[in-house]
Design a protein around this ligand. Sequence first.
Ligand code: ADP
Ligand code: ZN
Length: 433
Amino acid sequence: MIWNPNKECMSRDEMHALQSKRLQKLVTYVYHNVPFYRNKMQAMDLAPEDIRSIDDIVKLPFTTKQDLRDNYPYGLQAAPASEIVRVHASSGTTGNPTIVGYTRKDLAVWSEVMARCLTAFGVTRDDTFSVAYGYGLFTGGLGAHYGVENLGATVIPASTGSTEKHIRLIRDLKISGVACTPSYALYMAETLEKMGLTKEDIGLRIGAFGAEPWTENMRKEIEERLGLKGYNIYGLSEIMGPGVSYECQEQDGSHINEDHFYPEIINPETLEQLPYGTQGELVFTTLTKEGMPLLRYRTKDLCTLTNDPCPCGRTSVKMGRIVGRSDDMLIIRGINVFPSQVESVILTMPEFEPQYMLVVDRVKNLDTLQVQVEVRRDFFSDDLGRMLAMKKALADKLKSVLSISADVKLMEPGSIERSQGKGKHVIDNRKLV
Ligand code: ADP
Ligand code: ZN
């Protein structure tokens, strides 16, 4: 089934014309409503009239996460405050979070693209579908929620946590599908087994998994243990939230909702646009957004775009799996964590050397974070009470900055391995296999 064949199956020429028209309108809109873009364009000697088709997009400036932070909270918002009906924020970034405001129309577009995704996964009006992404400032919960409602299926706003209760609900309410992170899906599988239930007892059919990187092997494992078919869904708050792209029944790449989010792949070093089939950094332009439209937003996600015809009948460009990031961001329990955040906390405390290591692991399908840090010689002592207090002080500060708890391990001075070249601050033992 296809939710919106008019848009999802457009001819490439029609799509080109639509994207061109929308880009022209967008550029005029941001030029007049966002001083940040007007200044950038003026500095490049670029006027809205210079953008005549979607191919002219290469003339436009890029936008980075840093730009969003520098313009915190509402500097890049294009719509007047009276038009904004909802705000989300991206998790745990250094310093200021990224604030995203949505107009009523933005929310309508979001539930439209989410309905396309869910339909491609096989969800229909007759299904009861549970959303086990976190509800709150994070876009996952509410984004998926309104998509299910728009489609006309019954939504169960389960959110995360209370996993046993959730599993009983799946069984008792005959819930046929669930949206959550792939690692939470594995945790659900484990809980199911611990409860002495089988996948046949719960009868799940469809999984919408995303918000973090995962692999084919993980898909196989989840499908096997939960007895469902798992589909990839991708998105990011800056662009909208979940629903930017989605797998179809072919499960060979994710179709991008490119009438709303125009994708490009660039070389992250030279910033040149790369042809389809080449791996690079994914960049999106929000073609229809009103609240906080972005020109050429650098996602830092590395992947490949393809435009081969898909047997499902959709004509949109597809993106391959995210194979890495062009920055050092980690996603731990769904929260974005930068090593630099840990560093900045450590640097505020005289007890520690600026020598630290983040050790990330996955224990029973839950991500764990240990922060190893060297204590300065003058502060190192046999007084256990003092050492424990130091450890707690750092753990508390880290928790408030990162929004997740870290296990702090105090190390003797000089014990963390020094690097000759670029400092190495992360050991990621999670095996995405
Ligand atoms: P949060 O919503 O946690 O505050 P973001 O919206 O910034 O964080 O998270 C978006 C990022 O999550 C993407 O840029 C990408 O790195 C990752 N991500 C989301 N969906 C997927 C997916 N299906 N596969 C791989 N990575 C994903
Ligand atoms: Zn397809």
